[in-house]
Design a protein around this ligand. Structure first.
Ligand SMILES: Cc1cc2nc3c(=O)[nH]c(=O)nc-3n(C[C@H](O)[C@H](O)[C@H](O)COP(=O)(O)O)c2cc1C
Length: 174
């Protein structure tokens, strides 16, 4: 049920040594390709990284990327600004769909932000990632989703946690 999936999905940053099944890779490709995108342009490219040395290098892209070191798979979501001006939205929907797919399969996943983040003071996380993965200059890395079998089952959200001041009917309420 969708409500339960939404409540139980939590970011997972600790993974077991178990590999990801090939059937899950098929699910991932379907999830990425058929995600909604502006005018159906699909302003993104995807790289699947399983090589442990490369995962280790990606984990150094920025502070907060360390979880990629222990992940079994990194899904690198790359925007194609030449195709569409809303590549950030297209990429973000793919990322969000992947997180929900992972939850449906009870596989751990966490979003690692790359766009607008820094590797060092003068090297962006985007530049660092593009150099590692041989991504041409005219592309932009939005994020990397770290994926692996969950090391533990995270505590789900509780429906009573909703702060209702977020919502209003008809007109904006401060
Ligand atoms: C746009 C975005 C960027 C994020 N970047 C990172 C990140 O770089 N590193 C990380 O460990 N988690 C990252 N996260 C995961 C959030 O920290 C996490 O979703 C948030 O704390 C809520 O926890 P939950 O996912 O368990 O609901 C990001 C999530 C989003 C949506």
């Amino acid at each position: 049920m969708f409500k339960e999936l939404i409540l139980s999905r939590r970011s997972m940053r600790k993974f077991t040594c178990e590999d990801i099944e090939e059937s899950f890779m098929d699910d991932l490709r379907i999830c990425c390709y058929f995600s909604p995108s502006s005018r159906g342009i699909r302003g993104y490219k995807i790289i699947f990284v399983k090589n442990s040395t490369m995962l280790g290098d990606l984990s150094k892209a920025k502070k907060g990327a360390e979880l990629l070191q222990g992940a079994k798979l990194a899904v690198v979501i790359i925007g194609v600004p030449e195709k569409t001006d809303v590549w950030i939205e297209d990429c973000s929907i793919v990322a969000s769909n992947i997180l929900n797919l992972c939850e449906e399969k009870k596989i751990g996943a966490c979003w690692v932000q790359i766009r607008n983040r820094f590797h060092t003071d003068d090297i962006s996380a985007d530049e660092y990632t593009k150099k590692l993965l041989k991504i041409p200059e005219n592309y932009s890395v939005e994020c990397i989703i770290g994926i692996g079998k969950r090391a533990f089952i995270p505590k789900p959200y509780n429906i009573t946690d909703i702060d209702k001041t977020m919502f209003s009917d008809e007109l904006f309420v401060e």
